[in-house]
Write a protein that binds this ligand. Structure first.
Ligand code: ADP
Ligand code: MG
Ligand code: MG
Length: 504
């Protein structure tokens, strides 16, 4: 990367050129659905009362260079990661032990586990689980060798941005391949010569997983039989709706499966499980067409993954209602609980895997330390010098709660020692990047500067509780790029931009 070809990347733009490119991208974004709903707080009161506005998703003007070897390795390992997380999820006894440790420091985890036990007591009627996963990485650079692939986190829930990411790839590819001098094109740069971002099949992969679950559900369990559908349970006022619609559109048009969106606060009103049917099919009646009823094969949860979404007992009731039903859940409660288990725990599930592959998986682990006992982790966290090389992460999913570097010691001192076991200390991955890019934020602001990129690779797996895998696939990717000085990485939270890749 120290190469001169990269030090002149991306090409310089005069103010007029930049404005022209930004306008082109803004138009392309809306024309093609590379969009998000605007934050209500960013608008004057009353400006969007009819909820019609959309704005470009935050994107980079140029694709970012990313090491080809790291990209290929991430792709090659995805189905193995899928398999490992499926294995953790269906090892109830093992998961139970991990959770026991967390229930007294985390109400959310405790409530999820309680819900699971409640449904288990009655008996689950669905033996299949669907995972739509995304494994996130950075290219770690050391002075010694080539960049190596290091995992930031593995997402078993809320693996979003597949739809928009595929669109960013199309946007950049179009800018790269238009006839030179055409209005939709970049100024010349040697990196652009016959280089376009790799194919991005995220939409196909993720919808393929949902379609596999839909098919595996089998015929209707209702008498008389009902037509079958997939249900996306969503947050009310979801701003990232166009990302989700890319999946439902593909399911409907390519797989011929009806897909409905149901805000989580409507679950109790619009779905039911007939008490007379021991198979417990989940019946959905669309409010716009109440005379038709559908049987839900697969519930894709794009809601209910953070504690603040459970505002009252009605939300837990709704979650329990879904869990009791015969619909295949993505994710199941067990998947949510398995997500933060991390590399140490994964190791216990590598039994049947080729040792050569295990060695490659291990290469992707950044060192992580448990803080529950007085050991190496606590030493590193409290020493101001070593703390600077680490990030402290909550054991539970939710996002945006990491504590970085110098803040770690004081943060730990500010919470009771008994709660430290709810946190994991992780060594910082160092992309050592002098890469630059230009970001177009969704409020229209344009920022140029040093950036760090994070690669996500999508995978999907369908399995039975006994561990038998029916579908295991990978494909499609996400590149998110953020300013080098920014700690957090979320696009939805406004910290980073959607990007695509030039492999080198
Ligand atoms: P979340 O669930 O909030 O997405 P992450 O583990 O992905 O949690 O952390 C959020 C962001 O923090 C990441 O996108 C990345 O930018 C940064 N980050 C997390 N872990 C590391 C790490 N080990 N090294 C460098 N940056 C990290
Ligand atoms: Mg993340
Ligand atoms: Mg996460």
């Amino acid at each position: 990367m120290g190469d001169s070809i990269y030090s002149t990347y991306p090409p310089n733009l005069s103010p007029v050129q930049q404005e022209y490119l930004v306008t082109t991208i803004k138009n392309w974004a809306i024309q093609n659905g590379l969009a998000v709903r605007p934050a209500p707080t960013a608008l004057p009161v009353g400006a969007d009362d009819n909820r019609v506005l959309a704005t470009n998703a935050p994107v980079t003007l140029f694709p970012s260079p990313f090491p080809a070897a790291c990209f290929e390795e991430a792709t090659a390992l995805q189905t193995i990661y899928n398999q490992l997380y499926a294995a953790i999820t269906c090892n109830e006894e093992w998961l139970g032990k991990i959770i026991e440790d967390l229930v007294d420091v985390d109400d959310f985890v405790a409530n999820l586990w309680k819900t699971h036990l409640e449904v288990k007591k009655e008996g689950y009627v669905q033996d299949l689980s669907l995972g739509l996963f995304r494994s996130d990485y950075m290219a770690h650079v050391t002075p010694e060798g080539p960049p190596s692939l290091k995992q930031v986190e593995f997402n078993t829930i809320s693996s979003s941005f597949g739809g928009l990411s595929a669109l960013v790839r199309s946007l950049h590819a179009e800018l790269l391949t238009s006839p030179p001098g055409s209005p939709i094109s970049y100024p010349p740069h040697p990196l652009f010569d016959s280089n376009i971002p790799p194919e991005n099949t995220a939409v196909e992969t993720l919808s393929g997983g949902l379609a596999a679950a839909h098919t595996a559900y089998g015929p209707s369990k209702s008498t008389p039989a009902l037509p079958l559908c997939v249900l996306f349970v969503v947050q009310e006022g979801e701003r990232n709706i166009f990302d989700q619609l890319a999946l439902s559109k593909h399911l409907t048009h390519t797989h011929k499966i009806p897909v409905f969106r149901l805000p989580s606060n409507r679950i109790i009103d619009d779905t039911l499980i007939p008490s007379s049917n021991p198979s417990r099919p989940l019946i959905y009646r669309p409010p716009h067409s109440p005379e038709t009823a559908f049987e839900v094969t697969t519930v894709y949860l794009r809601a209910y993954y953070a504690p603040d979404e459970y505002k009252s007992s009605r939300d837990w009731e709704a979650r329990t209602h879904l869990e009791r039903s015969a619909a295949i859940k993505c994710p199941t409660i067990q998947q949510v609980l398995a997500e933060p288990t991390g590399p140490d725990h994964l190791t216990s599930f590598m039994g049947g895997i080729d040792p050569a592959i295990i060695a490659r998986l291990r290469q992707t682990f950044a060192p992580q330390y448990d803080l529950s006992t007085d050991g190496q982790g606590r030493k590193l966290a409290f020493n101001p010098e070593t703390a600077m090389k680490h990030v402290l992460k909550p054991q539970r999913e939710g996002g945006g709660n990491n504590i970085y570097k110098a803040e770690i010691p004081n943060f730990l001192r500010s919470i009771p020692e008994k709660d430290w076991k709810g946190w994991v200390l992780m060594e910082l991955i160092d992309p050592a990047s002098d890469a630059e890019n230009v970001a177009l934020r969704n409020d229209g602001e344009v920022l140029r500067g040093n950036v760090i990129s994070e690669l996500g690779v999508y995978g999907t797996i369908l399995w039975e509780t006994n561990g038998k895998v029916l579908h295991n696939d990978q494909g499609g990717w996400l590149l998110r790029t953020k300013g080098k000085e920014v700690n957090e990485g979320g696009v939805a939270a406004g910290f980073s931009s959607l990007d695509s890749i030039l492999l080198y």
